[in-house]
Design a protein around this ligand. Structure first.
Ligand code: KIV
Length: 262
């Protein structure tokens, strides 16, 4: 069992919170070994795993598979599952779909939206399942990519975050907010803000694993620092392997076995 949502929430003001996405057991266990606080089973899987243009192809069936795979790694990190688009259209659906993901090993779920999803947040939290909010750019519904460019929009983002906190959310993702708006939201709520493309004032940060490892080449968000260039590493390893297969250098006797003497 990983960290609790309450323990992650209590990190606000003590130290910054690290969050990365993962969608399978192998990556989840590698990320977990690094001491990352939160593993987000994001619906970004629609793009980086399923090869689609957006997150909308991830439904409950796909998310259930990804959550089960991540949970199989038994991470010490808090496992948060994205609620797929359409899976929380109303409090009853939100609560029962969140319970399905929790039964598969998610300790918390994430929903996109502000005051308009407060009822869903309340219903999920009432089942004892942690809820992370997600405001600013919301990939499931689109809208302007950059938010918090005016004082009025910053105020509305503050109101959204406060509505989520009031409904029982333990943290809130801020996607693509101006640094000033992210700072204002972070100061206005008692729950941690987890930023993506929202500057340094947030209580924590989240990145899509494939972006920070440099393996996703279709889109390179300017805010996503690439810590490695694993795309070229993987391609060059595969090319070496192909050459070895063609030349007969692989497999060697070290990778084969013979009949016993008998
Ligand atoms: O799906 C996802 O990976 C996300 C993060 C970008 C916050 O929602």
């Amino acid at each position: 069992m990983g960290a609790s949502a309450a323990a992650v929430s209590a990190l606000k003001g003590r130290r910054r919170i690290s969050c990365l996405t993962a969608y399978d057991a192998t990556m989840a266990s590698l990320v977990d070994r690094a001491g990352i606080d939160v593993i987000l089973v994001g619906d970004s899987a629609g793009m980086v795993v399923m090869g689609q243009d957006d997150t909308l192809g991830v439904g409950m069936a796909e998310m259930s598979l990804f959550v089960s795979a991540v949970a199989a790694a038994r991470p010490g990190a808090l496992v948060v599952a994205d609620m797929p688009a359409g899976s929380y259209a109303g409090a009853a659906a939100a609560a029962s779909n969140a319970a399905r993901l929790a039964a598969l090993g998610a300790q918390a779920v994430k929903v996109e939206g502000g005051a308009e999803v407060a009822g869903q947040v309340r219903a999920i939290a009432a089942r004892g399942i942690g809820v992370m909010g997600h405001i600013g750019y919301q990939p499931q519904s689109g809208g302007p990519r950059r938010r918090g460019l005016t004082r009025a929009d910053a105020d509305s983002l503050v109101a959204s975050a406060q509505a989520l906190e009031g409904a029982g959310a333990f943290a809130v993702v801020l996607e693509m907010l101006s640094s000033e708006a992210a700072g204002a939201v972070t100061r206005a709520v008692g729950i941690p803000t987890i930023g993506i493309g929202s500057g340094p004032s947030c209580d924590g940060q989240v990145l899509v694993l494939h972006d920070m490892l440099g393996v996703y080449e279709r889109l390179r968000p300017a805010f996503a620092r690439r810590y490695r260039d694993l795309a070229s590493e993987i391609t060059s390893a595969a090319a070496e392997y192909r050459a070895d297969v063609e030349s007969g250098a692989f497999p060697s006797s070290a990778h084969s076995f013979s009949m016993g003497a008998a």
